[in-house]
Design a protein around this ligand. Structure first.
Ligand SMILES: [Mg+2]
Length: 366
């Protein structure tokens, strides 16, 4: 079964991909979010042209071929575009075999503990505590992540004193019996990160994400070695060489590949296996409710070293207006703090035809 046609439907934020085989079978995937219109251009120019006419079901070598043909273009955009191919072909195969993707990967449908993940820094400690407590009571979440420092902040805070205030305020409001995580998004030098880490240890936070600029592996390792709590990271890293270095030196305690930044499921599984060999758990990055969180759900139900929980964005239309109305139904329903991978074939989602109507369209075909 060969790939006959690859289509993209996108706007600036989201780009869906439809793969069609020469037998007329179809699958839906997605390129990574943000600048998705640029990524879809790359998809047609640097991914689709190599993939058309290749095997629609056994595509690991096609991904290698794309790397070789486009070897002058390593890095993020090519990976983001390759994700569209990988995720569409997995959906196609799942629909062909009548199986959810997680089953194709050796997993099972079922529930996943989710952590409520805040993306906001412009929120006050009191407001953040109030909304996380509300989500705990309404949706049953028992794990939460909030933000400290400023994004790539060079040791500065979002505003002076915010971190010292939000850590105890939110942690004490949530109380005992819940998992508490924070994310510094590349804010700190090691010295400052370790000082913040001591506050986190004192306030019962167990997961300190991306404390230092993510490309400074040695800085991150210094923090990991100094603190008792888990230091985590890797969401930006999409090249295997970076992962080999990071895992080899044990720069972090928990690895966090993003399925869609990585270049799709097969490449992410490769990182998961590297982590497994090193005895490290995987808590992937999944920052919005486009297809990335569903792919992550199928992954976590399939790997032996899945971390303790799924990242589940709590942001709604005020923060992510572009994620509204992408799918029919409610694939991201949370019950008792858990998301569900159903037994529906493929990714188990239906993309909203009304959304597709509004999207920019382009096709590559044989
Ligand atoms: Mg993060």
């Amino acid at each position: 079964m060969k790939i006959r046609k690859l289509e993209t439907f996108c706007n600036e934020f989201v780009g869906f991909v439809r793969a069609t085989s020469d037998t007329g079978h179809q699958g839906w995937g997605q390129v990574s979010t943000y600048n998705a219109d640029i990524t879809c251009e790359i998809f047609h120019r640097q991914v689709a042209r190599h993939a058309l006419g290749t095997d629609a079901l056994d595509f690991a070598d096609t991904l290698e071929l794309i790397n070789e043909r486009e070897h002058k273009y390593p890095g993020s955009y090519l990976r983001r575009a390759m994700t569209g191919l990988d995720t569409a072909l997995l959906d196609l195969r799942g629909k062909l075999e009548g199986k959810p993707v997680t089953v194709l990967l050796g997993g099972t449908p079922g529930k996943l503990r989710a952590y409520a993940s805040s993306m906001k820094r412009d929120i006050t400690p009191r407001d953040e505590a109030a909304r996380l407590c509300r989500l705990r009571d309404e949706k049953g979440f028992d794990a939460f992540k909030w933000r400290v420092g400023a994004e790539c902040g060079r040791d500065r805070d979002e505003w002076p004193g915010r971190t010292e205030e939000i850590v105890p305020t939110v942690s004490r409001a949530l109380g005992d019996g819940v998992a508490k995580l924070v994310d510094a998004n590349s804010c700190y030098t090691p010295k400052r990160a370790i000082a913040v880490g001591r506050l986190l240890e004192a306030e019962g936070i167990g997961h300190f994400e991306e404390p230092c600029p993510y490309w400074e592996f040695a800085w991150t390792k210094e923090v990991t070695d100094a603190l008792a709590i888990d230091v985590t990271g890797g969401e930006q890293d999409c090249e295997f060489t970076a992962w080999e270095t990071m895992i080899g030196m044990r720069a972090v305690d928990v690895v966090q590949p993003d399925v869609m930044y990585m270049g799709g499921m097969l490449r992410t599984l490769h990182v998961c296996r590297m982590a497994e060999k090193a005895g490290l758990p995987v808590t992937p990055h999944a920052a919005n409710l486009s297809l990335v969180t569903m792919c992550t759900m199928h992954l976590l139900r399939a790997i032996p070293n899945a971390g303790k929980y799924l990242e589940f964005s709590i942001e709604e239309a005020d923060y992510y207006p572009w994620q509204v109305g992408l799918f029919l139904g409610d694939p991201y329903r949370i019950e008792d703090g858990k998301a569900t991978v159903t037994d529906a074939p493929g990714w188990g989602v239906e993309i909203n035809p009304a959304w597709l109507e509004t999207a920019q369209y382009r096709a590559s075909e044989i």
